[in-house]
Design a protein around this ligand. Sequence first.
Ligand code: C2E
Ligand code: CA
Ligand code: CA
Length: 579
Amino acid sequence: MKLLLVEDDLSDADFFAASLRRQRATDIDVSHAATMADAVTMLQADNFDIVLLDLHLPDATGLDCVDKIQTIAPNLPIVVLSGQDDEDFAVSILNKGAQDYLVKWEGRGRTIVRSIRYAIERKRSELRLNYLAQYDPLTAIPNRQYFHDQLERAAARARRDASRIALLFLDLDQFKVINDTLGHAAGDRLLTEMATRLNKAIRAGDVLARLGGDEFAVLLEGIGGARDAEAIARSILDIIARPFQIEARQIVVTTSIGITLYPNDNSDPTTLLKNADIAMYKAKETGRNNFKFFTESMHTDLIEYHQLEIDIKAALDNEAFRIVYQPKVNLESRQLQGIEALLRWTCAERGEISPEQFIPVAEESGHIIPLGYWTLQSVCRAIRDWHNSGLPIVPVSVNISPRQFQQADFPKRVGEILHRYGIDPGWIELELTEGLLMEDTDAARQCLHRLKNIGVRISIDDFGTGHSCLNYLRRFPIDVLKIDKSFVSDIGISEDSSIIIEAIISLARSLKIDTVAEGVETQQQLEFLIENGCPVAQGYLFGHPLPRDDMRPLLEELGDGSEDSVIQRILATAPAAGA
Ligand code: C2E
Ligand code: CA
Ligand code: CA
């Protein structure tokens, strides 16, 4: 063990050396420095295990001595040497970085050796605690606390030199799904690999930290402006998007990044982090796998978002939602073919709120799960009512959000609800979105097959708007494709849309899947669809979504085979299907 004795009084120095010799502590190799300047030189030149430090040196005294040693060798244990008259002072220095103290001339050899060993041990546990307080044990990168401290310092430096810093807030997209499907060990591996990759994407001197869960933050100092931050954000997105090899699997993940620039966003560190977090949420909202800069207006958006979330919860509790029904028409038989159930919400304070507005919030907050079951039950109740009054029943479709579909017990609960209301499963159709199936996971496939086994029909909503990877159509048990209304509204306007519609219809026919064109508003659109052999249509042309009792006449017409029905009248002006 190498010990450095810093002591200007040679007789004191000799006393310590002699005491140690008497202990036959031969493993302790003593070097001596008589001034702080000498001590600094020796510490820079050599590695020591401990320093014994006098506090009255020619070129330094008191706490200053401890500070100087700590600056040069922050990990070195320090035992201060005090005279009898300044013992109190020596004790107070223990909180300032020294590990122990010895009163000169008092210590016998054994006391000195014990003090040295104790100081080394204490320094080691101090360093360990320090590490734990500042680093994330899983990824070995700095934690939130450390990041916060660094951010505070960086902001102070930026103020002083009128420079800029950027704060990037990262959150993995759908990490929970990975954790749930592959297990926590795989999740942990992924986070560790993330940290390694992120470290490569940033410059030396930037600070990368794990804030908790799947959240990371990056602090960039001395950047030119938004463009620099943007460049780093892009390279992070790239580097994360490459597949990860976790155990035997390749996993592809993406991340969303919120960025805030200081001093443009002249807030304290806590608020800076919060603002970057808000911007990150915006990045997620706008499709994930991208970045967004924080702007003030995001604050107000966020407040509105939270209010909406609270109102949805209240509306659920007060049964303030209702369901309207829109007819689907068979273009060949000119009869009612089915009905789509759509959610409606009139908020006491804000009036009618469109599902386009509240469904995403319900999805994000998880309220879509109870809301979805409520919807299915209400639909079942309506069908039961119609059936009890002797009306014929056509399949009623219910929109299902990905969050509901991803629940492991979803098929089971659907089965239970149908059973409870005595509903023939063939009367229910579930409308799922394309994106869900394109992920093509075992879980999605299993879920679909279980729903098929129950006997419900499966429809793909908004078809054609996702990436046109059609392979999944062959692999999944799908009954219906709904051509997205954006294509229908483009009929007669965009050549491309017409071509896409034709392609979807003929693809579906070859796979023995039904097609429904939604959002049909005009005779021209209807005629085009009939000419191209589209079997079913839905839209304002045939009827707006209506309360359940208003569906009764349509179902009645179906029962009595009336030639002069509402639907027939509309279709009368169109050419016959297949003509
Ligand atoms: P979607 O499933 O594509 O529903 C069709 C939307 O088009 C409905 O809007 C419907 O009112 C509207 N529509 C019907 N005919 C026409 C037409 O001829 N022209 C035009 N321009 N629009 C037409 P809505 O009811 O506002 O619903 C919007 C979206 O909200 C739905 O799109 C669906 O994604 C979602 N949604 C509605 N109800 C539910 C629900 O119960 N659960 C879930 N998860 N989502 C729902
Ligand atoms: Ca739908
Ligand atoms: Ca749709």
